[in-house]
Design a protein around this ligand. Structure first.
Ligand SMILES: NC(=O)c1ccc[n+]([C@@H]2O[C@H](COP(=O)([O-])OP(=O)(O)OC[C@H]3O[C@@H](n4cnc5c(N)ncnc54)[C@H](O)[C@@H]3O)[C@@H](O)[C@H]2O)c1
Length: 251
């Protein structure tokens, strides 16, 4: 982060905090001393994460942009936000023929529009105070094409483009914006992805094999990078994808 030390009252907002990478990020940031506002549509696990991290839980559906904007504004009640981690995301395996209007629109609404709206909500305050960091969790699928992930890859490439444009607009104002591009990480997301496949273990094996390290990442590994990158020590990272993928995009 640039600028003077974080005021005690400033908040860090994490979306998608009820599960997986978002949950691990909330824990890592709590350990680093952040005061958290945690967002997710899944209220029960979110409340548990808030309890464990000393954060405040706010149940929102990011697919409903205007309602989410209003709820977040009300929860913040003017409290400054120094750090925003946009981690909420959805995705389903689908090639073009399998991609219905609903699948396309929901994927774009949560992953891309949800990220944009959260950035738009906190940026004016960050610019006014001359300090702030935004981490947008994209995916290795923003950098390479993944099979049967048409809407997902399009949405995550959009997140990367959004991130670069925001970084260009706000560099020099004390605000930096970067993307996080994980490879395949062992979260409930992966469990859901493989669940309906005829041979789930074979799909998991292929996921492991496409990463040079021959294994899936852990949510904590990604969270550790995010916690470092939003800290002062990560301050030279701006407008770029932080690729944490066990070698998925190297070959
Ligand atoms: N797991 C992976 O292999 C992997 C790889 C690359 C990128 N990612 C990205 O990391 C992020 C987190 O993924 P994860 O693996 O931890 O998945 P996850 O399913 O464990 O967590 C995603 C969270 O987002 C929340 N969410 C989804 N739709 C929402 C909505 N409309 N409103 C509010 N909250 C909503 C879910 O309730 C869930 O708690 C996602 O953006 C995903 O695209 C994951």
């Amino acid at each position: 982060m640039t600028g003077p030390a974080r005021p005690a009252a400033a908040l860090t907002v994490v979306t998608g905090a009820a599960s997986g990478i978002g949950r691990a990020t909330a824990s890592a940031l709590a350990e680093a001393g952040h005061r958290l506002l945690l967002l997710d549509r899944d209220a029960t696990p979110l409340a548990a994460v808030a309890g464990g991290t000393g954060g405040t839980a706010l149940a929102v559906d990011l697919a409903d942009g205007p309602a989410t904007d209003a709820l977040v504004r009300e929860a913040l009640a003017g409290t400054p936000v120094d750090v925003l981690v946009n981690c909420a995301g959805v995705g389903w395996p689908a090639d073009t023929a399998e991609t219905t209007d609903e699948l396309w629109e929901t994927t774009l609404a949560v992953n891309l529009s949800g990220t944009f709206r959260m950035c738009r909500l906190v940026l004016p305050g960050m610019v006014e105070r001359g300090r702030g960091v935004i981490a947008n969790v994209a995916s290795a699928g923003a950098l390479v094409g993944l099979r049967r992930r048409v809407a997902y890859c399009a949405s995550k490439a959009g997140v990367l483009g959004l991130t670069r444009a925001l970084a260009a607009d706000h560099a020099g104002q004390g605000v930096r914006v970067f993307a996080v591009c994980p490879g395949t990480v062992d979260t409930p997301w992966v469990d859901r992805m493989v669940h309906d496949e005829p041979d789930p273990e074979a799909v998991r094996r292929r996921m492991r094999e496409r990463q040079l390290d021959g294994r899936l990442g852990s949510p904590e590994e990604v969270a550790g990078w995010i916690a470092f990158a939003v800290s002062d020590q990560g301050r030279f990272l701006n407008g770029a994808p932080l690729v944490i993928d066990g070698g998925l995009t190297a070959v």
